[in-house]
Write a protein that binds this ligand. Sequence first.
Ligand code: BV8
Length: 230
Amino acid sequence: MNVLILTGAGISAESGIPTFRGPDGLWEGHRVEEVATPEAFARNPELVQKFYNLRRRNLLSPQIRPNAAHDSLAAFEQAHQGDFLLVTQNVDDLHKRAGSKKVIAMHGELLKARDMDTEEIFDWRDDLTSESVHPKIPGRLGRLRPHIVWFGEMPMGMEQIEAAAIKADVFIAIGTSGRVYPAAGIVELTPANCRRIEINLDETPASPRFNESHRGAATELVPQILQSLR
Ligand code: BV8
């Protein structure tokens, strides 16, 4: 049984990381679509770097930890015989910290930085500023950006994601509002006989595309539904 999982901000909400489009979905009065763009970064790099520096610091604070939904996905992958792929839209590292191995962070990773010219990618846990120095070239200053996929940029791993979608027997979308493409379109790529399951607190624009929509919190429903697949 080939299993494909797609997670969104809702799976990290109970770990204390705010979602994008909930009541607290604004950042300093900006919608994520306004700040997370190459244009915003070109126009006001300090504002965009600050947006990510604050989120990176928050992610690294001790009270932010994987929750039962992250943990149950890692345990399921460990025990699963067939193909398994976990695609996340989240830029936090909670799936990796929970022990998930086959993870594609299709919108990038908050704890990585990328050189804007050489495209080199580095682990990065500090603030990123215009003074940040290339880890291997001491004289190279201010050419580092967050390794994040902004609106208008191509998500990571799309070929691998599409290859997994077309042969999925089970597709589970967890804690995503189904508003951002191409992530929200992955469900459409799964075969007609694929069991499509949505786990979300609320109805979403994508709900009609699923065979089963389970309403409730990820920490409660994800362990239950994964258990039923064993
Ligand atoms: C691209 C990184 C083209 C930044 C993000 C059609 C096709 C293709 C593109 C488009 C299209 N139509 C429009 C577009 C453009 C755009 C787009 O989709 N715009 C939207 C707003 C309409 N897409 C893009 O720009 C993408 N790129 O298309 O490139 C291209 C083609 C060729 C060559 C070059 C380029 C890039 C999109 C990626 C943008 N980056 N993130 C950052 O994180 O700062 S997107 C951002 O939104 C986050 O990654 C986030 O993950 C993502 C989606 O949000 P969700 O994860 O779903 O979170 P949300 O808050 O919305 O919802 C949370 C859900 O959880 C809710 O439903 C809630 O009910 C639920 N929940 C809450 N608590 C719980 C819970 N559920 C269970 N338990 C709980 N406890």
